[in-house]
Design a binder for this molecule. Structure first.
Ligand code: SF4
Length: 722
């Protein structure tokens, strides 16, 4: 009887950017007692992965933060009340600002909080408190795709809608273990009735490559050489789409560039025979076939990720696989609100899809938010790695970390432990005071989590959906939105944020800021409108509502032409970008961009003869496990202790037996893991899942030069049996 709900309410899942809708079962007091996937939602269509099914578990964890904590003279964290916490925050950051200026502190935030909270944080810190720097952990997952799209299309604009999975003839998954990282999207592929070829390009044999029709097992970071060789074959054989090429710039130079990138010249870099490259080129350029490309971290987390993503974009442009059903160069985002962070976090881009350097944009944002123009800085923030480098140099003295765990997740994480001593003030705002980062804090602020607050997320196909409070946060934990309001008042800038009364009011302010930008969502009336429409994909300008009215057989008056008219109780139509062949660049044409492949930043050597690959290990675990490890069921679905995949031939040579402990060393740190012998990795490569805290002590701090995204996927290590 306890499980029989008194009522139900829908909410978007708070883990990954698939954006599944869940139906939360409530008791008579409106508190969640259970959940199930929501049937009929266009994204997940009644499905959820293990993390979604267990999404309520982390809320009841015994180590939830229930009161603010302050580090005392004894070196330990002690409970304090909220007024003391707010005073401490303000006095310490003010002292840093007065002594060292507005560049001496930064925030590090996340793609896990709702759009309204991440926008409030960025606006409060920069426009209210007057600091300049802050970045989000989307730098670790999506910055490459953002930069690639911006440079190629003129805006951060992923073209796809998930229906494209079901409408493709050839689906190419690049550096993506979709089966476990985005299991519902894999299920969308399984619903494809066109008998598609499913091609996985990945150095590892994964659950996805084993389920695909073809696996192209290239050498790690052989992507760029491979894609240029594919372009070479396609141009040589004339398998191009002249109309699509006419809508792009830079084609002639690109054609000249790839002349030397023959399949034979790519054999060494890719480890693939020339015939395999030739066959793949035919598969991705077959006339009359719809080809879609989908990439995740295997592309993004690379020292040359932006050019690799653009090499995929180029292949789509020259073959005409863009702007049509079942096509596209599509990035699959990582976190539940990574797309929201990309457009609204107010970090390296000005909130709402604007630029800090553009005077018109600054004026528009100031007017839209009711702020004095001089609140808006002209300069963008430092990127994540640049913030940490500035902290290492002693130039950044204060950090405010919100809902992210860089002491585990940042590349070469041992550097953060050393950096801790250089910081004068570290504030961590999180659900748990037990994360690796929270344990190092001077001040801990207890935050409500997913399920305890409202807001919106934007998923990988640009669909905006709502989340709802279905449980009361424990103790004195508050929503991040409420914490930002309290801090605004305590800082003395609360007047600037009077309109930010609750998340929905903030959403409407932010919505209006998007007018005339590619991500224009001025046609969305309210949270109810989003719920009734099955979520809404951007762009959704108010002019779309007017078009609907013009199409309506019913008589309408000018007064009816408002947003309210767009509420229809019908699912909003699937929306793919570039169907008109017009891009967001000044010329309206896409740009074909390319550079020569660069060598690996840290290739294997005599001392460190193996190449370490990292990635997701299980559909039941999420990033640093700060939430998923709270679930008994999810813990049982993934090994608790770190493991390493080693090719049996390498293991034999080193005398490593299955199940044996192995010491893994890089020039930066070491860890132990249990040996798992399998030909899933190629000889000379090893793989360790990213979910274990020690793994990033090994990784090499190299970055894509355009996106500043860390290169998590390839560094040199040695193995010693213990
Ligand atoms: Fe869906 Fe991702 Fe949540 Fe799993 S984690 S239920 S795939 S949104």
């Amino acid at each position: 009887a306890r499980l029989k709900p008194a009522s139900t309410i829908t909410s978007i899942c708070g883990y990954c950017a698939t954006g599944c809708q869940l139906k939360i079962h409530l008791d008579e007091n409106g508190q969640a007692i259970n959940l199930s996937p929501q049937a009929g939602y266009p994204v997940n269509q009644g499905m959820a992965c293990p993390k979604g099914w267990q999404a309520l578990d982390p809320l009841d964890a015994p180590d939830r933060g229930t009161t603010p904590l302050l580090r005392g003279a004894d070196g330990n964290l002690h409970p304090i009340d909220w007024p003391t916490a707010l005073d401490t925050f303000v006095s310490r950051f003010r002292a840093i600002q007065e002594a060292h200026g507005h560049e001496a502190a930064a925030f590090l935030s996340t793609g896990q909080t709702p759009l309204e909270e991440m926008a409030f944080l960025g606006c409060l810190w920069k426009f209210g408190m007057g600091f300049l720097h802050g970045d989000a952990n989307t730098r670790q997952c999506m910055a490459t795709a953002v930069t690639a799209y911006k440079q190629s299309f003129g805006f951060d604009a992923p073209p796809a809608t998930y229906a494209d999975f079901e409408e493709s003839d050839v689906i190419v998954l690049v550096g993506s273990n979709l089966c476990i990282a985005h299991p519902i999207l894999w299920q969308r592929i399984m619903r494809n009735r066109r008998s598609p070829k499913i091609i996985v390009i990945d150095p590892r044999s994964t659950e996805t490559s084993q389920a695909a029709t073809h696996h192209v097992q290239l050498k790690p970071k052989g992507d760029l050489a491979l894609y240029y060789a594919l372009a070479h074959c396609i141009l040589r054989d004339g398998r191009i789409d002249p109309a699509s090429i006419a809508r792009s710039e830079g084609f002639d130079k690109f054609a000249e560039f790839v002349k030397d990138h023959t399949p034979e010249s790519a054999v060494g870099k890719t480890g693939l025979p020339a015939e395999i490259i030739e066959a793949l080129a035919r598969d991705v350029s077959e006339p009359g076939k719809r080809v879609s490309w989908w990439w995740t971290m295997g592309i993004n987390q690379s020292h040359e990720g932006v050019r690799a993503a653009q090499a995929i974009i180029n292949l789509c442009l020259i073959t005409g696989n863009i702007g049509k059903p079942g096509t596209g160069p599509n990035s699959v985002t990582g976190q539940c609100n990574a797309m929201g962070s990309r457009l609204f976090s107010n970090t390296t881009s000005l909130v709402g899809g604007h630029d800090f350097a553009n005077a018109d944009h600054r004026r528009k944002v100031a007017e839209g938010l009711g702020l004095p123009l001089d609140c808006i800085p002209k300069e963008r923030s430092l990127a994540y790695d640049e913030i940490l480098a500035a902290a290492e140099r002693g130039e950044i003295k204060g950090l405010w970390v919100v809902a992210t765990n860089p002491f585990h997740s940042w590349i070469d994480s041992g550097r953060l432990e050393a950096l801790r001593d250089k910081l004068e003030f570290l504030v961590v705002q999180d659900m748990y005071p037990t994360t690796e980062t929270a344990r190092a804090a001077d001040l801990f602020l207890p935050a409500a989590g997913w399920g305890e607050k409202s807001g919106t997320f934007i998923n990988s196909e640009r669909r905006i959906g709502t989340l709802k409070p279905v449980k009361k946060a424990p103790g004195q934990a508050l929503s991040d939105f409420r914490i930002f309001r309290l801090l605004a008042n305590a800082w003395g800038c609360g007047r600037l944020f009077e309109q930010w009364t609750d998340p929905e009011s903030a959403f409407k302010l932010l919505r209006d800021l998007t007018a005339d930008r590619p991500c224009d969502i001025t046609g969305i009336e309210s949270y109810d409108h989003l719920d009734q429409s099955g979520g809404i994909q951007w762009p959704y300008p108010i002019s779309d509502c007017r078009l609907k009215i013009a199409d309506s057989p019913q008589e309408t008056r000018p007064a009816d032409i408002n947003r309210q008219s767009s509420i229809s109780n019908r699912p909003s139509p699937e929306r793919r970008l570039f169907e008109d062949g017009i891009y967001y660049t000044p010329s309206g044409k896409a740009r074909i961009l390319f550079s020569n492949p660069a060598p690996l930043p840290e290739p294997p050597c005599d001392d460190y003869p193996f190449l370490l690959l990292t990635g997701r290990g299980s559909s039941s675990q999420w990033h640093t496990q700060s939430r998923t490890a709270k679930s008994d069921i999810l813990r049982k679905l993934a090994p608790a202790a770190a493991y390493i995949e080693i090719h049996p031939r390498d293991a034999r040579r080193l005398g490593i037996a299955s199940g044996q402990q192995v010491l893994i060393r890089s020039s930066r740190g070491e860890m132990t893991a249990t040996a798992y012998l399998a030909p899933t990795v190629q000889p000379g490569n090893v793989f360790v899942p990213m979910h274990y805290p020690e793994v990033n002590r090994l990784t090499h701090p190299s970055f894509d030069p355009h996106s500043r995204q860390p290169n998590y996927k390839a560094c040199a290590v040695s193995l010693t049996p213990l």
